[in-house]
Write a protein that binds this ligand. Structure first.
Ligand SMILES: Nc1ncnc2c1ncn2[C@@H]1O[C@H](COP(=O)(O)OP(=O)(O)O)[C@@H](O)[C@H]1O
Ligand SMILES: [Mg+2]
Length: 234
């Protein structure tokens, strides 16, 4: 479904992603692990076209989408949920959800997706009229995720959704991600919580200073020293 080949990207002169190749197949949940600053978010932004790759290729459903405009990439079925619970604080929960479907013209589709979102996150239904800025951290994370789903993605790029959540909520969030996978959605999950993310995932990649240093199944990644090494010094 998604194929990233020898991707290089950065900001100005500084290379941050130094030749990353990875794949996500239909229906798979794949995690991209690595320490703070390894370049995980930059990989996701390069896939979305918000950071223009210096070289390398991104293919989605057989088509080259490298550096295409972000709305086009969203329209093709990839949605990026950035780290840091970005919600529109002054708007209500429901208005936030509507904004997630800004590319969807058909009101019937918007309504049915909204129903699905409320089914998945009953707390959001209870708070649908409440201003997003007044939600708890965990609820804002749910809203950011639900808003992403409103675009009707085929592939979801999730950037450290567990960041700043209490341990109990982290468990709930990961259960929700597992349920999304069961609906057939493909997910590329970026996380620093390597063990918990791998517990959900079909496969994983480990990124260290802009390079993939290991790839494999949970068992393969948890055995040996790779993970510990990757988290030692970025
Ligand atoms: N907008 C930016 N401008 C310049 N440097 C950036 C920018 N965003 C990230 N970086 C740098 O790129 C490196 C990788 O960042 P990032 O991809 O956010 O890592 P991660 O998501 O793995 O924590 C870091 O050294 C960071 O300081
Ligand atoms: Mg990041």
């Amino acid at each position: 479904m998604l194929q990233v080949a020898d991707l290089k990207a950065g900001y100005g002169q500084a290379p941050v992603v130094r030749g990353v190749s990875l794949e996500v197949n239909a229906g798979e949940l794949v995690c991209l692990l690595g320490a703070n600053g390894a370049g995980k978010s930059t990989v996701l932004k390069s896939i979305m076209g918000t950071v223009k790759p210096v070289s390398g290729r991104v293919r989605f459903l057989g088509e080259d989408i490298t550096g295409r405009p972000t709305p086009e990439i969203v329209g093709r079925g990839i949605v990026y949920v950035p780290e840091g619970k970005l919600v529109f604080a002054p708007l209500s929960v429901e208005e936030n959800l509507r904004l997630g479907a800004y590319l969807v013209r058909d009101e019937e589709t918007v309504r049915s997706r909204m129903e699905q979102a409320y089914e998945l996150f009953p707390r959001l239904w209870e708070r649908r009229g409440q201003r997003a800025g007044t939600l708890s951290g965990g609820e804002q994370t749910m809203l950011a995720l639900a808003r992403g789903l409103m675009a009707g993605p085929r592939l979801l790029l999730l950037d450290e959704p567990s960041l700043g959540l209490m341990p109990k909520l982290v468990g709930e969030l990961f259960e929700t991600v597992a349920r999304l996978k069961e609906t057939g959605l493909a997910v590329l999950l970026v996380e620093q919580r390597a063990r918990q993310a791998l517990a959900l995932a079909d496969r994983g990649y480990v990124l260290r200073t802009g390079r993939i240093v290991a790839a494999g199944t949970r068992e393969e990644l948890l055995s040996g020293d790779t993970l510990r090494q990757a988290f030692l010094s970025g």
